[in-house]
Design a protein around this ligand. Sequence first.
Ligand code: GLU
Length: 500
Amino acid sequence: MQTRTRFAPSPTGYMHLGNLRTALYTYLYARRTGGKFILRIEDTDQEREVPGAIDVIYNSLNIAGLSHDEGPDVGGPVGPYIQSQRKDSYLPYAKQLVESGHAYYCFCTKERLDAAREAAEKKGETFRYDKHCLHLSKEEIQEKLDAGVPWVIRQNIPTEGKAGFDDVIYGRVEVDCDTLDDNVLIKADGLPTYNFANVIDDHLMGITHVMRGNEYLSSAPKYNLLYEALGWTPPTYVHLTPVMVDAPVLGPDGRPELDAEGNPVTAKRKMSKRKGDPSFEDLLAQGYLTEAVINYLVLLGWSPRGEREFYTLKELEEVFDLEGLSKSPSVFDIQKLNWFNAEYIRKLSPERYLELTTPWMAKALDPEKFDFKRLAELLQGRTEVFNQLPGMIAFLAEQPEYSNDLYVNKKQKSTPESAKAALQAALPLLEGIGEWTEAELHDRVMEAIPGLGMKNGQFLWPLRIAISGQQSTPGGAFEIAYLLGREETLRRLKAAIEKL
Ligand code: GLU
């Protein structure tokens, strides 16, 4: 049988990294097994609807390279692929379940339910619907329907016994039926709940493997009861362990809590956009490369055989398997992602690097005034994330305030005094340079240093600080002098001497 997997996001307006990882695994499994990858939009919760949110899904999948074989925009044999457009497909199945006794009409008012919920909470119990309407007679039901009393349809969960299912990651999952609630299948607005729609759609769409977050693990036994009641074979379930972050714990005042030593207390929690964790779009906007994010994400919860860490999407399509999926939660580590990103940045061609970073460099520097190509060459090997670039090069546009203490460097045998001597010697030397190129700067300075009775470091270390205002820079003194140009270099040099 051909594999059919689906990614079934709700349009929230952003792509949660955990969701993107689900999409990725779902896509890869379909590709690896020569199957079909289906996109289904789950928008039955109309209250949560965010305008433009479906486009965010298309865009994110497109950028990530996860092309779907069937979906709202590309069509397919089992459409429509947007749940709100399928709204008429669900009620007949719900009625079938009512007929067979696996579901029932419920006319309870919001007031009655709220009161019952409150009473349960007061007793410290989880609210479960008390099957009040299960005992209505056929006639009573018909009367209410005819009178236009608002209704929902609820699943009739057995009061005893067990419900369960088999999961690829979690194995056999079983719960006592009396712990399950008679969930609503069809809401008062006539639309199905997620709990119902996912079962009907997965079946009608011929889905063979359901991969999704483990937040659905506890509901899946109920879904299996529905499959059984409808006489359908359930799909293979793969509930993925969550993506966590190790985040600072906030105190009641909203500030990070500190331990006895004054270090922030951290705890693992699920990643959450609302708590400020980045979405896929956020990462791209910050200047992460798609390929790096994908590569990092795939390994966050899945291990290939062997030690290899770098994979293109194409390569993953060949090797991804369910056996490598992790059984324990994974922790999103931004440092590790930065490392991946830096590796991918290093592998870019110089031309591509320049193209991608020009807008970032232009945030700090005027492209008319600075040699971006040269800057790009100097920066490529030290870039982790593009959004760090403006900060790394801002000193070229405006020299930061700096302290003469920066000149102190034991290894270079540099002190403020030796720095002053070096800079005083450097000034006429640089003023005398005709052609302001890195090569000229290098050759003239290097041939002069021995005559000054100084070590290279003793001369070059202060020179770099004098013209940059900082100890660490992309490129050394010659590169910076070249980038700044003659006039600005000499101006900064004179000011530095005066300051010493
Ligand atoms: N619409 C659900 C969500 O966005 C999908 C759950 C599923 O894949 O079954 O979380």
